[in-house]
Design a protein around this ligand. Structure first.
Ligand code: NPG
Length: 368
């Protein structure tokens, strides 16, 4: 792709409600968008990093610097790289997968728009719509949690994920299971809040017939996850630990997980995500697509990925209204508990210019 320039656009989107996890609360979403300009098309992507490095080591300011100082120079030097060549081009730069994913995805979007292909078709999506799960943050009290879950079920969500942390685990899970019955598809997410010493405590969750427990231990604790998994009936799903297809292969070989959450930003992009999908499918490991409170730009691309056949569990691809009163794109809406996989070219959607301008804090154009 010949690249004429790249624009980094920073926005601040107020969340409808604060979202609390085991590592803190998010009140507004600081978003970094990347727009790549090529002779025939524009490409868009959204970075999944947050303002602070609490979910993972990357954060928005760091990603912006990484892209400008280290990734853009490599792109400039390479002559018109395709999206498929970018992984190798960036490989000498260690880590920084969220930054790499942001660049690769925008180039891929521009390339697909130029060639008249939708991202879902390019990746191999086989479904037109995907069941939507919703992630429910930590609440101040169990009655408030039950009220929030009731609201989501009334909207039609296909499964509920409860954020858990020490002091907010057994009782809220019990309350939700008792209130909504055995039919509710229910899972929990600890975001690394526990240690192996909590094994007996976490085994108490086995009583609630959960679909999975996500990332109970630390990102780098694959072996310890395998040990924990051997003591739990609830299947262990890994999120933070799966930073690449290689990490996924190790996790599977060690017996550290039976399910994988694929977040394209965390693993370096949609091409690596597809490799993880293929690997998991070949090994009988179910996958689903995680979310990072994306605007419509990131959500659209995630939906394309979630349309692949190995995504057999509901994904964290909620409606735009789960997080935002006003999205920067046409909002994604639930239809009978599902979201449509976009069919337009590339990621299938672009930001609304007026909304984008109103929410933008800074824009920086880097000519090639
Ligand atoms: O629906 O987009 C979404 C968010 C889903 O819970 C969600 N994301 O760890 O998976 C996660 C998580 C998260 C939330 C991570 C807040 C960081 C902060």
């Amino acid at each position: 792709m010949k690249i004429e320039g790249i624009e980094l656009i920073r926005l601040e989107l107020p969340l409808r409600y604060p979202f609390r996890t085991s590592f803190g609360a998010v009140h507004e979403r600081e978003v970094l968008l990347l727009r790549v300009l090529t002779p025939d098309a524009e490409g868009w992507s959204e970075c999944v990093a947050f303002s602070t490095p609490m979910y993972s080591s990357e954060y928005v300011d760091g990603v912006a610097e990484m892209i400008q100082r280290f990734l853009i120079p490599r792109l400039r030097e390479a002559r018109e790289p395709t999206a498929e060549q970018i992984g190798e081009l960036f490989a000498p730069v260690r880590g920084h997968r969220m930054a790499k994913s942001t660049v690769e995805t925008a180039v891929l979007d521009a390339q697909l728009r130029t060639h008249g292909l939708a991202l879902g078709d390019y990746l191999g999506a086989t479904r037109e719509r995907v069941p939507a799960g919703v992630s429910v943050g930590i609440h101040d009290s169990i009655p408030e949690l039950l009220e929030a879950v009731t609201g989501y079920l009334d909207e039609g969500y296909a499964r509920i994920k409860l954020k858990i942390a020490p002091g907010w685990d057994i009782e809220p899970v019990r309350a939700v299971r008792e209130r909504f019955g055995d039919e509710l598809v229910l899972q929990v997410d600890a975001n690394s809040a526990y240690t192996l010493a909590d094994t007996r405590h976490l085994a108490r969750l086995d009583a609630f017939d959960l679909l999975l427990i996500e990332q109970p231990l630390g990102e780098e604790q694959l072996r310890q996850h395998a040990e924990l998994a051997a003591h739990l009936r609830t299947p262990v799903c890994l999120d933070e630990s799966i930073v690449s297809a290689e990490a996924a292969a190790d996790a599977i070989a060690l017996g550290a997980c039976r399910i994988v959450n694929i977040k394209p930003g965390r693993v370096g992009g949609y091409l690596e995500s597809r490799r993880i999908h293929d690997l998991c499918q070949a090994n009988g490991i179910a996958v689903w697509c995680g979310g990072m409170l994306e605007t419509g730009i990131g959500r659209a691309a995630n939906l394309a990925l979630a349309g692949l056949p190995g995504f057999t569990l509901p994904s964290d691809t909620s409606a735009s209204s789960r997080y935002y009163a006003q999205d920067i794109t046409e909002p994604f809406e639930l239809q009978h508990g599902c979201l449509q996989v976009p069919t337009g070219l590339g990621i299938g959607i672009s930001p609304d210019q007026n909304t984008l301008t109103a929410l933008t804090t800074t824009r920086q154009w880097i000519a090639f």
